[in-house]
Design a protein around this ligand. Structure first.
Ligand code: RP5
Length: 167
């Protein structure tokens, strides 16, 4: 747990962590402080609602929520917080994560969840970093510069792969 976390990474069970840790790693690459916790929509609904209601007041700016199966956590958090919520569909043993994806992505109008791909926790972390980088203050600008450098590196790697194939 970092001091003054800006992003809350929560999941329905510790069994989601092998997928969700990629979000924490991505944010770590940008030195964004995060907090990580299990907040189950079905097994601890009262605590889950409290987490969503208190997140903005505690200083969090983005929530990344991952869950598998009947994956109601991201949507329920989005219903009680004004913060942007990024949903990560976690694939389980059956249905290849399609159940998780559809549970998260098909939100009613007015309650948005930014859903990434099945198992796409790294992109969830990178999207959270982009959200934090979109502000007008110096900290946001510095983060934006690092994101641009990261994108340039991605491009350089892709170009190098093409050159290798052409050689
Ligand atoms: C969901 O149930 C969790 O997000 C997890 O993906 C799934 C299974 O949980 P466990 O039975 O492994 O605790 O709510």
């Amino acid at each position: 747990m970092s001091s003054n976390p800006q992003v809350g990474i929560v999941m329905g069970s510790d069994s989601d962590w092998p997928v969700m840790q990629a979000a924490a790693e991505a944010l770590g690459e940008f030195d964004v402080p995060v907090e990580v916790d299990v907040v189950s929509a079905h097994r601890m609904p009262t605590e889950m609602i409290d987490y969503g209601r208190q997140a903005a007041g505690r200083g969090l700016r983005v929530i990344i929520a991952g869950a598998g199966g009947a994956a109601h956590l991201p949507g329920m958090l989005a219903s009680v917080t004004p913060l942007p919520v990024i949903g990560v569909p976690v694939p389980l043993k059956y249905l290849d994560g399609m159940d998780s994806l559809l549970s998260i992505v098909q939100m009613p109008a007015g309650v948005p969840v930014a859903t990434v791909s099945i198992g796409g926790a790294r992109n969830a972390g990178l999207l959270a970093a982009r959200i934090l980088a979109s502000g007008t203050d110096g900290e946001s600008a510095a983060l934006r510069e690092r994101m641009e450098a990261f994108q340039a590196e991605l491009s350089a790697v892709a170009h190098a792969k093409g050159e290798k194939l052409r050689a």
